[in-house]
Design a protein around this ligand. Structure first.
Ligand code: ADP
Ligand code: ASP
Ligand code: MG
Length: 401
């Protein structure tokens, strides 16, 4: 029998009515001769609500407890969906991450999957059950419940598909991958195909339609992904290896991320010892640094700016407080009213002049930027949040996105 992993995101299982539609879609697939492993997210905005509740008690809730709390969301949706299948006359079983054999490592709220033991899932599939797995969670070597980072149900689904050697279908509230988030630019175009590398870059740079690590896993294990709408029929987008079928444009997509925090540390003594101290303290706390820039050292001091995600604000504040204590004379400025805007495309590997075209567009439209970084297939700019809409429109029109 053929096998498929299907993942349904929070908006697709937001109500019992929507879950009922999901169940019908899964049953349809079952009738076509497929065994189905269904991975679900928590209902609607459940995860956000749970986090808010914890934060109403404590500014910095203990991350182990946050994991315990957040994991309940997916446990609710998976068990309810399983009950729906049973009511419809289909044998089904729901499994937590632990029961599904998902072992993890790392720090709480940002765990990574280290191993999956799929024996139990396979046994239930052999018994002709629809297996419903709670996404986003696993268990660590201490036996504690862990979560995989926001949007982590995508990672659960792709990791299971990799291990079970089958295709992974991601059903969400949009009918595929667009050149740019259709909520930001209404003329955005749906792509029939996108390469793993471009999708990975777009996800890392803020396109939350696919969680970045899930695409990285798919690329590594060559898992074909199909992204489509859970509520409307029609074509979606295949994420796969770059090939001749794909349209070759210099820029494939544009992403925007408001989840950016920029710290500027002024008057740091110009010594690699001091600079490395800052970043090793941050690394120890598993703060993911994105961009870094440093001014020249005219007077023996440098100014350093770096960006990270807003989720790490509390940790960064604590690290900086400690650092200032040990390094008199420096001062730190925090900037949160900023946006990162990036263009992504494999075509940039062979084509120069994209950065200069964007500098010109920004200059013609009075958009100032605070930082710029480039990778082989992307260029990112930090701009003021107030210029976001203008920048999106200007870039989408200029690059025909
Ligand atoms: P789910 O709850 O199903 O995991 P998400 O909210 O995580 O769904 O992701 C879907 C959303 O991603 C869409 O509603 C859309 O606004 C957003 N998005 C961001 N960038 C893109 C893009 N390039 N193409 C499609 N959707 C995008
Ligand atoms: N429920 C989790 C979140 O909101 C995981 C997911 O939706 O993929 O981040
Ligand atoms: Mg998601």
């Amino acid at each position: 029998m053929q096998l498929v992993v299907q993942k349904y995101g929070g908006s697709s299982v937001a109500t019992l009515e929507k879950m009922n539609k999901v169940a019908n879609a899964v049953i349809k697939r079952k009738k076509e001769g497929f065994n189905v492993v269904v991975v679900v997210s928590a209902m609607g905005k459940t995860t956000n609500n749970l986090i808010e509740m914890a934060k109403s008690i404590s500014k910095e809730p203990c991350k182990r407890e946050l994991d315990m709390l957040m994991a309940t969301g997916e446990q609710v949706s998976s068990s309810l969906l399983s009950i729906i299948f049973q009511e419809k006359g289909y044998d089904s079983i729901s499994l937590t991450g632990f029961q599904a054999g998902i072992k993890t490592e790392g720090v709480h709220t940002k765990n990574k999957i280290s191993e999956i033991d799929t024996d139990k899932i396979k046994r239930y599939l052999e018994e002709d059950k629809i297996v419903v797995v709670a996404g986003f969670q696993g268990i660590n070597t201490e036996g504690d419940i862990t979560t995989l980072g926001r949007g982590g149900s995508d990672t659960t689904a792709v990791a299971l598909a990799a291990k079970l050697k089958c295709e992974c279908e991601i059903y969400t509230d949009v009918d595929g991958i667009y050149s740019v988030d259709p909520r930001l630019f209404s003329n955005a175009k749906r792509l029939d195909y996108i390469s793993y590398e471009e999708m990975m870059e777009m996800s890392c740079l803020g396109a939350k339609v696919m969680e970045a690590r899930s695409v990285e896993l798919a690329y590594k294990y060559n898992v074909p992904i199909y992204v489509a709408s859970s509520h409307q029929k029609g074509k979606g987008t295949y994420i796969k290896e770059l090939d001749k079928e794909m349209e070759h444009k210099v820029i494939t997509g544009l992403t925007v991320s408001d989840n950016v925090l920029m710290e500027t540390i002024n008057q740091v003594p110009y010594s690699s010892e001091y600079i490395s101290d800052i970043f090793s303290r941050l690394a120890k706390e598993e703060v993911n640094i994105d961009m870094i820039s440093q001014t020249s050292s005219g007077d023996g001091y440098v100014n350093i700016s770096f960006t990270t995600s807003k989720e790490d604000e509390g940790t960064v504040d604590a690290v900086m407080k400690e650092y200032i204590k040990n390094t008199p004379g420096i001062n730190v400025k925090k900037d949160t009213d900023i946006t990162k805007i990036s263009v992504v495309g494999m075509g940039m590997r062979n084509e120069s002049g994209v950065a200069s075209k964007i500098f010109k567009l920004f200059s013609d439209n009075s958009i100032n930027f605070k930082q710029v970084t480039t990778s082989e297939i992307s260029i990112s700019y930090i701009i003021n949040a107030s210029d976001k809409e203008k920048a999106v429109n200007v870039l989408c029109e200029a690059f025909n996105l």
